[in-house]
Design a protein around this ligand. Structure first.
Ligand code: MSP
Length: 648
């Protein structure tokens, strides 16, 4: 009997069906899908789970507002989730709904088990509840004016009988677990945050509600429903049917290798979930990775803020691969990311249509033109060929190491550097010149150039497949190869996989080029869009050259002091830290800002404007601001960079 494969169990959070999914959710699921596909490529026995989190007061209220049952309400939306994931080519092996009987059964069993152990007890709860986040808060943790410290929305006062879970009991065991498993919480910064949170002391957690009934009933006290987070977290286990038959799936895949979650729910996954598992005496997952948010204008995209971007029209126009590629290549896992339509289209045009698409088109067209479509396997003829075959093998090794380290954007850079090298190889070897020669050495050289191009594309097709699963098999098919689904990373580790006689097949360009759209708003906003009278906007100025622009020394500057200039209505006097030195500057923005509003702000500053005296003060340079044709003004602001940074 052969050795059984190593398993890899990966999950996304289960999404609330309280709103349409947006590209923030699409981002999370695409990252998980890419990792799942990569692990399959490496040869793991992968299980990839996603799903929906359907209980809770919020859903019950939304369904009531529409006059339908909560299950009808969630089913409609969940069907939309499933359609979106299919359209995005998400390769999940299972989709769990918390309304599935298979899930409810496991939640009830585990709740009872913790109760029988004495870790869950009944008491009176009085405190604050954030309904949108389904989170309890104590008075001390609340934000100003009784708001949720996580999302800023108002909390509700609740007083009810409740079951409590003894979280605090597991503090020491948890701290020890974290010390022994330093990689459990990723990235590292989140780990320190969580340790601080636990060290501040944990209160027991209310794990049931009686004020509404859309939830899983506590089996021994059915006027209570299980608190949504206790219910939801169990999905990762219930989907493996631990109590069915001999629990085959559960035995095979638990503990999970990776829970991929957004940064705001790391706390639930790395504190509450492991403590529940400690109580239940079940193994703890190996890793929780907290990714960043897709943000719009500096704030998290979310339905409640009315600033979401719907992935559907983007996929319909540009294709699933394009959206996946953009999200995965632009954002470093763990950081926040921005989406704008012009950036998106510029990126996919450059990388997919131009770099990758052209390499494929040129290669296939030349093999057809010069060799009737037939590839002949040749050895490396010279140093240049050797460089290519060596670089190909190194690209595979680097790509694998970066993917293993969850540095997906770096791994893509590695592959695109190789694609760039191959485009340059065409220009260097000039096949069109070789094709005109009958000298035996040129005939051989042309064969070897075509072989190096085709073989490189074979390797590239496999490497890019976790990210662009639609285009990758098309590359393979155009090369005349078969069995893409069986192609594993092992088959591209060594150079020389394409055999002589393989015949290429011309196909449609795999990634068309798109017009760069105007800076249109793809954000769906509930608010009315203000009408702007464009005739009031000042006309555009004449073109300048880059050299003209480059004369400006624009910097990030931090405001150290700011005060009103005596006897002046307009002027404020600033001291700025510009990294290398301190500067005094006088600016006419006193009607718009109080001095104390400016202190600590980082602004964009023109450092090399000739000094000028204003009201007797020597002013150096200028703070940049925007102003409209009415009477509004806002100073520019770059918060995340140190003083002295260049702006261009
Ligand atoms: N139902 C809970 C999760 C329970 S898991 C046992 C939940 N659902 S959610 O629908 O609100 O969010 C699901 C995931 O989507 C979270 O990981 C969240 O971070 C992610 N995103 C929601 N908005 C996002 C962005 N704007 N950007 C990136 N991901 C974000 O929380």
């Amino acid at each position: 009997m052969g050795q059984s494969k190593k398993t890899y169990y990966i999950t996304t959070p289960i999404y609330y069906p309280s709103a349409k999914l947006h590209i923030g959710h699409t981002y999370c699921t695409s990252v998980a899908d890419t990792i799942a596909r990569f692990k399959r490529l490496v040869g793991y026995d992968v299980r990839f789970l996603t799903g929906s989190d359907e209980h809770g007061q919020k859903i019950q209220r939304a369904a009531e507002a529409e006059g339908i049952t909560p299950l009808e309400y969630t089913t409609n939306i969940v069907n939309g989730f499933k359609a979106l994931w299919e359209k995005m080519h998400i390769s999940n092996d299972d989709f769990i709904r918390t309304t599935d009987a298979r899930h409810e059964k496991v939640v009830q069993e585990l709740f009872t088990k913790a109760y029988e152990k004495g870790d869950i007890y009944k008491a009176e709860y009085e405190g604050w509840y954030c309904t949108p986040d389904e989170t309890f808060w104590t008075e001390q943790k609340l934000g100003p004016n009784h708001t949720c410290p996580d999302c800023g929305r108002p909390v509700e006062r609740v007083k009810e009988e409740s079951y409590f879970f003894k979280l605090g009991k597991y503090t020491d065991q948890w701290l020890q677990f974290i010390e022994e498993n330093p990689d459990f919480i990723q990235p590292e910064s989140r780990r320190n945050e969580m340790i601080q949170f636990v060290k501040q002391g944990l209160e027991d957690l209310a794990v049931s509600r009686t004020s509404f009934d859309w939830g899983i009933k506590v089996p021994f006290d059915p006027k209570h429903v299980v608190y949504v987070w206790f219910d939801a977290l169990v999905n990762y286990i219930s989907a493996l049917a631990p109590f069915d038959g001999d629990g085959e799936l559960y035995k095979r895949y638990w503990p999970a290798d990776l829970h991929l979650v957004g940064k705001e729910i790391v706390r639930f996954h790395t504190i509450i979930w492991p403590m529940m598992l400690m109580s239940l005496e079940l193994p703890i997952p190996k890793k929780v990775f907290g990714h960043g948010w897709m943000i719009v204008d500096g704030t998290k995209m979310s339905k409640s803020l009315g600033n979401v971007i719907d992935p559907n029209p983007l996929i319909d126009t540009y294709g699933a691969d394009s959206l996946r590629y953009y999200l995965l290549s632009e954002i470093q896992l763990g950081n926040d990311g921005n989406f704008t339509l012009p950036n998106f289209v510029t990126k996919i045009n450059a990388d997919l249509s131009n770099d990758l698409g052209n390499l494929l088109n040129r290669t296939i067209a030349m093999i057809q033109k010069y060799h009737d479509g037939v590839i002949t396997k040749t050895a490396d003829i010279d140093e240049l060929d050797k460089e290519i075959s060596t670089l190909a093998e190194k690209t595979v090794a680097d790509f694998e190491a970066q993917m293993e380290a969850m540095e997906i954007n770096k791994a893509l850079k590695t592959v695109w550097a190789f694609i760039g090298r191959m485009n340059k190889y065409i220009d260097e070897t000039m096949p069109w010149v070789l094709a005109k020669s009958e000298a035996e050495s040129d005939v051989l050289r042309l064969q070897s150039v075509m072989y190096h191009l085709a073989e490189s594309l074979r390797i590239i097709a496999v490497l890019v497949s976790p990210v662009i699963p639609v285009g990758a098999p098309k590359i393979w098919n155009q090369l005349g190869l078969a069995g893409f689904n069986e192609a594993q990373l092992d088959t591209v580790r060594t150079w020389g996989g394409i055999e002589s006689g393989t015949t290429v097949v011309k196909g449609e360009p795999i990634y068309p080029r798109f017009e760069i759209p105007e800076m249109v708003d793809v954000v769906e906003t509930e608010k009315d869009v203000e009408e702007v009278d464009t005739s009031a906007i000042p006309p555009l100025k004449e073109h300048i050259t880059y050299d003209d622009f480059d004369k400006l020394d624009l910097r990030v500057a931090k405001v150290l002091t700011c005060e009103k200039v005596p006897k002046s209505k307009k002027l404020l006097k600033f001291t700025l830290d510009i990294g290398l030195e301190e500067r005094t500057v006088v600016s006419g923005i006193s009607q718009y800002y109080e001095p104390e509003q400016m202190i600590g702000k980082k602004v964009i500053y023109l450092a090399n404007l000739a000094p000028k005296k204003l009201m007797g003060i020597e002013s150096y340079g200028m703070i940049l601001s925007g102003s409209d044709w009415e009477e509004n003004l806002e100073v520019t602001n770059i918060e995340s960079l140190p003083a002295g940074s260049i702006v261009k």
